[in-house]
Design a protein around this ligand. Structure first.
Ligand code: IPD
Ligand code: CA
Length: 272
């Protein structure tokens, strides 16, 4: 297994890596026809592949870790008897998957009372798997099994920062997010909207984005990516001294995180 030495002896990392990679390989063999249903709005879709991916991951985890909890975006909800819970997004970036754009991934995290302990984000169309364990660092592993330790960018100016963001699925939320953008866009290098919160956070970890923020992301979107980003040196928080939550997720190196957080607070970015 191509895990770096510092992670290879962590059984949770090994299992998270195995289930995420297996689901990623399954999804990468994209069927010609995707059956879709809508969820919270007409533009919030789920495909039969999201559901099949989650079912496959949950089945493997129930066998390997019968006492751990499981929470998945597509409905898995097994209470924890061990104090540890596996948080799964079977496809983060479903709209990209639907349109055969490359920015989609499988996100698997293990969390305990102190937050994420392990995070794996597998992005087959980018030939990349991001892996982190709390206190042990974050890595990107490529298809050949080469791994590279991740470190956030050292950018210290918001004006030169490339900032990722994303938009929710309701018109009201999007109108509020557009108002925040009118304040932010004139004062940053540029904005990117990849379409996957987990990959946005991994891109911050890798220095491919200087920062990222989004209102409305769920724990399955950010749990694994936030650990990857933190272990690469990023701050990942909410606004007004709050931890990351559905209200707001802001990530970046120390200085850019502070500058971005300040402007988001003054723009009221955690309100609709
Ligand atoms: C979505 C993606 C997207 C973000 C949305 C999320 P999904 O997750 O992470 O980038 O903007 O807020 O809901 O629906 O593809 O799992
Ligand atoms: Ca999803």
């Amino acid at each position: 297994m191509p895990l770096p030495d510092r992670l290879a002896h962590n059984d949770d990392v090994v299992l998270a890596y195995e289930v995420a990679r297996r689901a990623g390989d399954f999804l990468a063999a994209r069927p010609d026809v995707l059956h879709t249903e809508t969820k919270t709005s007409d533009v919030d879709v789920v495909t039969h592949m999201d559901k099949a991916s989650e079912a496959q991951i949950v089945q493997a985890l129930r066998l390997a870790r019968p006492h751990d909890g499981v929470l998945g975006e597509e409905g898995a909800a097994q209470p924890s008897e061990s104090g540890r819970t596996w948080i799964i997004d079977p496809i983060d970036g479903t709209t990209n998957y639907l349109y055969d754009e490359p920015f989609w991934c499988v996100s698997v995290a293990v969390v305990d009372v102190a937050g994420p302990m392990v995070g794996v984000v597998d992005a087959p169309a980018l030939a990349s798997t991001y892996v982190a364990a709390r206190g042990a660092g974050a890595w990107r592993i490529d298809l050949d099994g080469h791994h590279q330790r991740l470190a956030v960018s050292t950018m210290d100016s918001l004006e030169r920062a490339l900032v990722g963001t994303g938009f929710g699925y309701s018109s009201q939320r999007r109108a509020a997010q557009a108002r925040v953008l009118t304040e932010l866009l004139p004062v940053v290098r540029d904005i990117r909207r990849l379409g996957s919160c987990a990959l946005d956070l991994c891109f911050v970890a890798e220095g491919k984005l200087d920062a990222y923020y989004e209102r409305g992301v769920h724990v399955w979107d950010h749990a694994a990516g936030a650990l990857v980003a933190r272990e690469a040196g990023a701050e990942v928080t909410g606004l007004h001294g709050q931890p990351v939550s559905e209200e707001m997720c802001v990530a970046g190196g120390l200085v850019v995180h502070r500058l971005l957080r300040d402007i988001l607070e003054s723009a009221g970015a955690d309100r609709d």
